[in-house]
Design a protein around this ligand. Structure first.
Ligand code: PRP
Length: 225
């Protein structure tokens, strides 16, 4: 799959589901037009817009409707994996028409680097018990799957009624550990994506869209390894 030379535009069918294969389009200059990118800083750091604000909103509404239907009558708790999933979990929770509860767990495997360290650290654990509850892990991205595997084992040891995963982005090309993802927003290519909660060295989380970071931004780090 072409990665850095093309835009992946997640296509949404009439039923609201993501097509299994992302649609590639040629990069167009208007991808970085002012209304999408705003500040000049973003224009210099972002190679291209991958998923627009509008596409994010539409897909999250569809995910929210699916979760509402699946969890009606159940004691549902969102476990938001922060910091990456803070934007997604906040918007998704508002798209779910159920009296769910929300807890957060702070994990990190990347630190400030652009590749995963493979070691997961818990910076903040859950505040509430999940025993007997229907737990939905809310992740911004599943990449190698190492973080999710760690979290899955951590939560299963606390005896939830059931445990499932909702990931906004699925970067399947880099998967090392396979776990079932019940709800997926978009499949993404093997490129460094930022925005809408995803960072590089803690920056770019506040972009309202998902974009591909320009390789020059992390070239300096790569040369130092
Ligand atoms: C990111 C992301 C996932 C994880 C996925 O977190 O939020 O939790 O990496 O990567 P993996 O599938 O290769 O394990 P990160 O460590 O960057 O911390 P953050 O949530 O603070 O951004």
């Amino acid at each position: 799959m072409a990665v850095l030379g093309g835009v992946v535009s997640a296509c949404i069918g009439a039923d609201g589901e993501t097509c299994p294969e992302a649609r590639l389009e040629a990069v167009r200059a208007q991808d970085l037009k002012e209304k999408d990118c705003g500040a000049r800083m973003w224009r210099e750091a972002i190679q291209q817009v991958l998923i627009s604000e509008t596409e994010l909103h539409r897909r999250i509404q569809a995910l929210g409707e699916a979760i509402t239907a699946d969890y009606r009558g159940k004691d549902l708790i969102f476990v938001a994996v922060i910091r990456g999933a803070m934007m997604f979990s906040a918007d998704l929770a508002r798209a779910v028409d159920l009296p769910l509860t929300i807890d957060c767990i702070a994990l990190s495997s990347y630190g400030d680097r652009h590749v995963s360290s493979g070691r997961v650290h818990i910076f903040k654990d859950l505040s509430e018990s999940i025993a007997g509850k229907h737990v939905l892990i809310i992740e911004d991205i599943v990449d190698t799957g190492i973080t999710l595997q760690y979290l899955w084992n951590h939560l299963m040891s606390r005896h939830p009624a059931d445990l499932h995963v909702c990931a906004l982005l699925d970067k399947r090309a880099r998967r090392q550990v396979e776990l079932p993802i019940k709800y997926t927003g978009f499949d993404v290519p093997d490129a460094f994506v930022v925005g809408y909660g995803l960072d590089y060295q803690q920056r770019y989380r506040n972009l309202p869209f998902i974009g591909i970071l320009h390789p020059e931004v992390f070239e300096k780090e790569r040369l130092q390894v």
